[in-house]
Design a protein around this ligand. Structure first.
Ligand SMILES: [Zn+2]
Length: 295
């Protein structure tokens, strides 16, 4: 498959902790100087597309157009929301961050799941997800959001740093996403995922440090879901152990699913403090990183 690099340049307006409120722009030609700037930005986040918020209100997205057989269906034509105003992930840096004293720490309901209950860890051919019970929920957002699933984004053999969000241009080893849907307005995650107020995702940045026994409660089952359609039951545990100790410092913004169809439906909470896992845990998990992800 062959990819052609093109980029999008626009202007944005921000308010409240980096939320991109409005942006408009055009696809620039590869030769344009502004494109060079976009391409040189350190925020090379995924194999298909990257985004960075530049200085002076300039908003860059670069993405790769598939020149292969599916070229006509390349982003963003196929997925009109990809490369749009609310595209995630983003880089958190001082120029776009604003302190908002109205934001409250999240409240976690039902996160401590007894070991007599189970989560299903499944490989659908695209990603490994662990399904969560909707009895788990988060509060202190505009709505109550019930848990749907969690998954991780890893680096690959070419790039060991696999986080989607970055802080001041810095990548982290991996990133955990815990996906929730607006259970006050929608019956399930499918109904919610394309609605503007549909999803709330918690993101935890992972960096290399000591062995992490809490994450191992998921990782040790990964070898049993190496192949498509494999499932394994994971005994219940306190999912709150996967979060950083400090829950009162986070970045909040309105964004999107990070992969197609890129619906601009996600209220993101990215915790400021990373959680550590060991190099061995990261390396062995990276072996499964060819699996793409949803959200
Ligand atoms: Zn994700």
């Amino acid at each position: 498959m062959e990819w052609e690099q093109i980029c999008w340049v626009g202007e944005y307006v921000t308010l409240n902790v980096g939320a991109v409120l409005a942006a408009q722009g055009t696809v620039a030609k590869k030769e344009d100087p502004v494109c060079d700037e976009a391409l040189s930005c350190q925020n090379n986040l995924s194999k298909d597309r990257s985004i960075c918020l530049g200085y002076y209100g300039i908003y860059y997205i670069r993405y790769y157009k598939n020149k292969g057989p599916d070229g006509e269906k390349a982003w963003p034509k196929k997925y009109p929301f990809c490369g749009g105003v609310f595209q995630s992930p983003i880089d958190f840096h001082k120029d776009i961050l604003q302190y908002d004293s109205n934001l409250l720490p999240l409240e976690f309901i039902g996160y401590n799941v007894p070991s007599t209950d189970h989560f299903t860890l499944t490989n659908n051919g695209h990603s490994v997800k662990m399904y969560l019970s909707p009895t788990m929920a988060i509060r202190n957002l505009p709505f109550e959001y019930a848990a749907s699933q969690l998954h991780l984004h890893w680096g690959n053999r070419n790039k060991s740093e696999g986080s989607e969000h970055t802080i001041g241009g810095k990548h982290f080893a991996a990133e955990l996403h815990i996906v929730h849907y607006n259970s006050e307005k929608y019956p399930d995650v499918t109904a919610a995922m394309d609605k503007a107020d549909g999803l709330a995702v918690l993101a935890v940045l992972l960096e290399i440090g000591p062995f992490n026994p809490s994450y191992e409660k998921i990782f040790r089952h990964f070898r049993n879901v190496k192949y498509k359609d494999q499932n394994v039951q994971v005994p219940g545990f306190n999912v709150g152990e996967l979060l950083p100790e400090r829950l009162d410092e986070f970045y909040r913004y309105e964004g999107s699913l990070t992969t197609p169809p890129c619906y601009p439906s996600v209220l993101w909470t990215v915790f400021r403090h990373p959680v550590r896992i060991s190099q061995e845990q990261a390396s062995s998990r990276r072996a499964h990183s060819d699996l793409a992800d949803v959200s």
